[in-house]
Design a protein around this ligand. Structure first.
Ligand code: NAG
Ligand code: NAG
Ligand code: NAG
Ligand code: NAG
Ligand code: NAG
Length: 436
């Protein structure tokens, strides 16, 4: 009697546990998501793996901070039972601002369906674009509590665009597309924020190492790096500026740029003003000029007159150090024997990008300004963008490594940490050991 009643009690308890864990599984709402990022040593591109399709496969993609959306090659090797093209005039097409309606005159396959809307997938490394079908498929990504990766979560209808095999030219070996983190509604940050109802915020922390991973975190902080440093605190904030004219390789008129622009007002080296033509620092009515941040340029690119002024000022501030023959693509190189080292890299003059007021600046220290090209030579890691480039200053990968950048799309604001080396951590210090 007593035995029977206790075993039915056990049975009830078990089914209760089963039911409650099934509910927890389906109602689990991550507060943030995490995407590990590697740096490809030959192209210097930052790469991530997106787990997509049914069955799930890891798809290697080049990270494009200002990119409009995720695009992948659908021409070769795209196999999935959950691929769905976006039908013309559907809510998906309108969210993506894809107004056209297309037909395809080959046998149907992912990327080739009738009555679908299309967009222009863009290889922003080679600046080549084509037309591709808007579609959705399953994407799975790891959640995080801001400290470790947690359980994987999936989005059943993640929007992306089908690219072509030829569009992969110029991307790192094995890469099958690009992951756009730009300002559109269908770029990764906005889609994840909408799918999991968290803030439209994300952080990028790129590692300077080709062997240790950096990270993109979708959602708000904390963003903890070993040894327990929350890099979302002590950020400096500056407004993000919308360039009203698209900077993509191909676009329809009236489209704003998906890229992240900030308002640099002047440049200082060793706290002295560098004489530059300030007209180049603002964005004109055709969308030219201004300053943007890019993950597809390995080094900062400056319009020629700005480049020459920066090189001259830097060289004169470092006149006590032997200048050596420049090593391409750089213009100012120095013997590293005469340069001391500090916690934040080689002991060279600081470069400040002065923002909305004199007291708000992005300070670039030696670790982010200098590139070690060989044992004896350090070069200033800026390159000449020629005369009349579309954008006057493109802050590139080397200058943002080991800095945490938080983009807040709702308030159109960038938070930046400057060098994390000051806080005795790096972007490679996220603890990737899962605690799921
Ligand atoms: C699309 O429709 C056209 C006829 O309008 C047909 O020739 C073609 O095969 C169809 N393509 C696909 C991919 O179904
Ligand atoms: C979760 O995703 C990660 C990387 O995206 C993968 O390595 C891991 O195997 C996945 N875990 C499970 C339980 O599916
Ligand atoms: C400054 O740059 C603008 C835009 O390129 C140009 O029109 C102007 O002539 C330049 N001014 C000087 C003094 O070089
Ligand atoms: C050269 O000048 C820099 C910056 O002013 C200083 O940090 C460095 O110690 C000097 N180096 C030598 C060899 O005097
Ligand atoms: C990384 O996280 C794991 C899982 O929480 C933990 O066991 C480990 O101690 C952490 N590593 C360090 C170096 O703190």
């Amino acid at each position: 009697m007593a035995g029977a009643s206790s075993s039915s009690y056990v049975l009830i308890l078990c089914s209760f546990l089963f039911v409650s864990s099934a509910i927890a599984q389906t109602s689990f709402r991550p507060r943030a998501l995490i995407l590990p990022v590697t740096k490809d040593p030959s192209t210097l591109q930052y790469l991530a793996q997106i787990n997509q399709r049914t069955p799930l496969v890891p798809v290697s993609v080049t990270l494009d901070l200002g990119g409009q959306f995720l695009w992948v090659d659908c021409e070769q090797g795209y196999v999935s039972s959950t691929y769905r093209p976006a039908r013309c005039r559907s809510a998906q097409c309108s969210l993506a601002r894809a107004t056209g309606c297309g037909e395809c005159f080959s046998p149907p396959r992912p990327g080739c369906n009738n009555n679908t809307c299309s967009l222009l997938p863009d290889n922003t490394v080679t600046r080549t674009a084509t037309s591709g079908e808007l579609a959705s498929d399953v994407v799975s990504i790891q959640s995080t509590d801001g400290r470790n990766p947690g359980r994987n979560v999936s989005v059943s209808q993640f929007l992306f665009v089908c690219g072509s095999t030829f569009l992969l030219q110029g991307l790192a070996s094995g890469v099958k597309g690009m992951a756009g983190l730009g300002r559109t509604r269908i770029a990764l940050p906005s889609q994840f924020a909408a799918d999991f109802s968290f803030d439209r915020k994300f952080a990028v922390c790129l590692s300077s190492s080709t062997t240790a991973r950096g990270v993109v975190i979708f959602g708000d902080g904390p963003y903890r790096f070993l040894p327990n440093i929350d890099a979302s605190t002590n950020l400096i904030y500056t407004p993000l500026i919308i360039n009203p004219v698209s900077t993509a390789s191909a676009y329809s008129s009236g489209e704003p740029s998906a890229e992240y622009f900030i308002g640099v007002r002047s440049i200082k080296i060793n706290e002295k003003d560098v004489p530059i033509n300030t007209t180049l620092l603002s964005i004109d009515s055709e969308g030219n000029g201004g300053t943007k941040i890019s993950s597809v340029n390995p080094y900062t690119v400056l319009e020629s007159s700005i480049y020459n002024a920066v090189i001259n000022a830097f060289v004169s501030e470092l006149s006590n150090v032997t200048r050596v023959t420049p090593v391409a693509p750089f213009g100012a190189c120095f013997s590293s024997r005469n340069i001391g080292s500090t916690r934040v890299g080689p002991a060279v003059p600081n470069i400040d990008l002065v923002l909305q007021s004199e007291s708000v600046y992005w300070r670039i220290f030696g670790a982010n300004s200098m590139v070690q090209v060989n044992n004896d030579v350090l070069c200033l890691g800026f390159v000449d963008g020629g005369v009349n480039p579309t954008t006057s200053i493109v802050i590139g990968g080397h200058q943002i490594e080991d800095n945490l950048l938080q983009f807040d799309l709702a308030t159109s604001r960038l938070g930046f940490s400057s060098s994390l080396l000051f806080r005795q951590t790096t972007c490679a210090n996220f603890n990737f050991t899962s605690n799921a």
